[in-house]
Design a binder for this molecule. Structure first.
Ligand code: KG4
Ligand code: ZN
Length: 332
């Protein structure tokens, strides 16, 4: 009997990932090969280097996902890959691999929206989350507030007008000479700092859109004027400003939209302070929070498997002529 076995592939940025997911919720394997060490010396992801690394890594990563899941390719019901948004050269590697395997193995193929994957990551661990739900999606490339009214039905309530939250973390860390990626480093430093520097909370009272570029500039100007300030205090104060804006807007959106649940997703959802603040704020407003494991917040293929299975049931397979789309948006 079919268990709805999906092989999912994710190569939208700098993680080469493959997973086997049953019924869109049981993760049988989730392999993530990070290219972080390759890109760290350049201070950020170099697209051409990323595509070449995906080419080298994709076959062993897929093989490992099948072995860890303990299945053979003929057990699969669907082959899925992220088709966008992301870096075109990186996306092409995953999409081409998935389409080739689907063709050779005679299985259906589906192209998945990376953002829909992040929106579905919470359902891997809590398949019965109650809707309507507000999801704060915060990554290196995106910062958005999304209302999921029913499954696969979204409204984007707001997004960043300039830098994504993760991008702001990475740029502040780069300015301070802390390394790449900056999010986890600032998160760690902040735990031993004081959040006493008062940085701006951009657009905190206005609508659901975000803007982090001015905050990043305020931090850089402060560091120029106060070269002896401890990195720990700058990290803690910057992080407090980012988290306060993210949480205030998320809670306001959830109340305005009469949501039942609140979830977070994307790499910045791995942030300790953000996780703590969401868990603290939601119950006070009668909202049910869900915080996915860190490994399902940062880019992974298990979340692509979860979204793929839902989409497949709703829309059927994608045509093999479906290509990568670096500018794909959340379907509204
Ligand atoms: O979702 P993701 O893995 O890739 C994209 O789709 O962008 O997110 C990567 C971003 C990076 O900007 C990284 O600095 C940030 O997530 N990030 C964090 C943390 N871990 C990763 N930001 C803040 N705190 C963290 N612990
Ligand atoms: Zn992502």
């Amino acid at each position: 009997m079919s268990q709805g076995l999906v092989l999912a592939i994710e190569t939208s940025c700098d993680e080469t990932a493959a997973a086997v997911v049953a019924d869109g919720k049981h993760v049988l394997s989730s392999v993530v090969s990070s290219q972080v060490d390759i890109h760290a010396r350049y201070g950020g992801v170099v697209p051409e280097v990323a595509s070449r690394a995906h080419v080298d890594l994709i076959t062993p990563v897929i093989a490992q996902a099948l072995i860890e899941a303990g299945i053979e390719h003929h057990d699969l019901d669907l082959v899925a890959a992220t088709r966008g948004p992301g870096l075109i050269g990186s996306l092409l590697v995953g999409v081409s691999a998935a389409k080739s395997l689907a063709l050779v193995w005679n299985k259906p193929f589906i192209g998945v929206n990376h953002l829909e994957g992040h929106l579905y990551s919470s359902f891997l661990e809590e398949p019965n989350l109650e809707l309507p739900m507000i999801i704060l999606l915060v990554s290196g490339g995106h910062t958005m507030l999304v209302s999921m009214d029913e499954h696969l039905t979204y409204r984007v309530l707001g997004q960043t007008l300039d830098d994504a939250a993760g991008e702001a973390y990475d740029k502040v860390a780069r300015y301070l000479g802390l390394g790449y990626p900056g999010g986890p480093i600032i998160d760690r430093l902040a735990t031993s700092g004081q959040s006493e520097i008062s940085f701006p909370r951009p657009m905190i009272g206005e609508g659901y859109d975000f803007s982090f570029s001015g905050l990043k500039t305020a931090v850089i100007n402060y560091v120029r004027k106060n070269p002896d300030e401890l990195d720990e205090n700058i990290a803690a104060s910057f992080q407090e400003a980012v988290v306060e804006v993210l949480v205030t807007k998320t809670i306001r959106a959830a109340k305005d939209e009469n949501a039942v649940s609140v979830c977070i997703g994307g790499g910045v959802a791995a942030n300790s302070r953000l996780r703590e603040a969401i868990l603290d704020a939601c119950p006070k407003e009668g909202l049910k929070p869900f915080i996915p494991s860190r490994s399902y917040c940062t880019d992974n293929a298990a979340m692509i498997g979860a979204a793929a299975w839902r989409r497949f049931h709703h829309d059927g397979p994608s045509d093999l002529a479906t290509g990568a789309d670096p500018n794909l948006r959340i379907p509204e």
